[in-house]
Design a protein around this ligand. Structure first.
Ligand code: HEM
Length: 393
């Protein structure tokens, strides 16, 4: 397979934009009208989500060999759409038809064969993982909303209690569907390590026009039921025996997976006395969005291994660190030897990665997820969180 050719041809089709997206869905829904019901009734705000993810992942097929776990998780997660084996050739055919239509003469037999092979590799891993999972887990979980704690104008903490056991690793995410917005699944990250009572807290950024996060924070009442997809994501998880030093850089509600990992490490420290050094930078625009300030300050005061720096970007009078969180974190220490976990909007993650590599951290030491539904998913930036699909790194 000629991977650079796959990626170059995907970039060409991405440049076409909306027209390619429309072509893809028209092709898919005309050839297979039965799959239309899996997608939201109105696709106006998010029609690019599936198509963009599909092309990006398939054209990066070479990365799957070393670690198929993300694609396996994606396959299990797709059970919530009620995707079955027959749907895979259908989506593959529409993807290839779209590429063929827009690439014109550049669509050679060799390129077509490479795309078909790459799609086949990804589809097979997803499908096998989904099938193996059928015995052990439901296609989705139901969870009762326990309550919502409005922490600031912009942020709410929503507590869920799944009706059956839900296993996840701190740092992972899952998709949520609320009764008010059928088929509009959005990803959130549990903000806590698994608890004995099974409850899970979500940090929800409220943004004007946000299609899911805003009603999740404001309308979904205690006692209502939401659906949850399978846990997904590997970038921000930390193995139980991890002993290296961690630099955590979070933007806004990108804090959620960090607090979950901090709780995981804390439990280990209390049990064994051993821990990594962790320094967490939480960046927000205005200080009232430091919505976990109390908890994190207390942790920093009582845990010898934990440091916390709040960073505010749009309030020069803030009596603490000010500026973009990535720049503040990069300047704050010598991070060589550290592993960095970064989570926030696409722009925040990109900026932080640049700053950290500029400060001497290797690319391979920086692990990240974008929590940013800005693009197609919800309203305009700064975006609610749910985040875009967990990123393919
Ligand atoms: C290689 C095969 C596939 C890959 C890599 C893939 C990947 C993805 C990804 C990453 C997303 C999440 C996008 C997001 O929420 O931001 C997604 C969404 C989705 N996928 Fe797939 N998928 C595949 C096959 C399929 C098939 C065969 C179907 C069924 C026809 C399907 C149905 C959907 C639906 C309904 C969504 C939600 C779309 C929306 O919210 O608008 N996928 N897919």
């Amino acid at each position: 397979m000629d991977i650079p050719a796959l990626q170059a041809s995907w970039r060409d089709v991405e440049e076409v934009g909306d027209e390619a997206v429309l072509y893809f869905y028209s092709h898919l829904f005309t050839a297979h009208p039965e799959v239309r019901a899996m997608f939201p009734i109105s696709m106006a705000t998010q029609r690019g989500r599936f198509f963009a993810a599909l092309g990006r992942i398939v054209s990066s097929v070479d990365r799957i060999g070393s670690d198929p776990s993300f694609v396996q998780q994606l396959g299990r997660d797709h059970r919530k759409f009620e995707v079955v084996a027959d749907h895979y050739p259908a989506a593959g055919a529409s993807l290839l038809a779209t590429l063929q239509y827009f690439l014109g003469a550049a669509w050679t037999e060799t390129l077509a064969a490479d795309w078909a092979e790459a799609y086949g590799v990804v589809a097979k891993i997803m499908l096998l993982a989904a099938e193996e999972n059928e015995m052990d887990a439901p296609a989705w979980w139901e969870a009762e909303v326990v309550g919502t704690d409005r922490r600031s104008i912009d942020v709410a903490v929503v507590r869920l209690r799944p009706t059956r056991p839900y296993e996840y690793t701190p740092g992972q995410s899952f998709a949520v569907e609320i009764p008010q917005r059928p088929k509009l699944w959005r990803y959130y990250s549990p903000a806590n390590a698994p608890r004995a009572d099974g409850t899970i807290d979500l940090h929800v950024q409220i943004v004007a026009g946000g299609q899911v996060s805003t009603p999740l924070a404001r309308q979904v009442a205690a006692g209502e039921t939401v659906r949850m997809g399978a846990p997904i994501g590997t970038a921000l998880t930390v193995a139980d025996q991890f002993r290296g030093d961690l630099l955590m850089v979070a933007g806004g509600t990108g804090l959620a997976p960090m607090t979950a990992v901090v709780e995981q490490l804390d439990a280990e420290w209390r049990a064994t006395g051993a821990n990594a050094n962790v320094h967490l930078f939480h960046g927000v625009r205005t200080q009232w969005n430091l919505y976990e300030h109390g908890f994190l300050t207390e942790m920093a005061e009582t845990r010898p291994w934990f440091r916390y720096t709040p960073v505010v970007s749009e309030e020069p009078t803030f009596r603490g660190a000010t500026g973009p969180v990535g720049a503040v974190a990069a300047r704050a220490g010598d991070w060589r030897g550290y592993t960095a976990l970064v989570c926030g909007s696409v722009a925040m993650v990109e900026h932080t990665r640049d700053e950290l590599t500029g400060a001497g951290l290797a690319h391979t030491a920086i692990r990240f997820e974008n929590f940013d539904p800005s693009g197609a998913a919800d309203a305009a930036p700064p975006a609610d969180t749910g985040h875009e699909v967990p990123t393919w790194r």
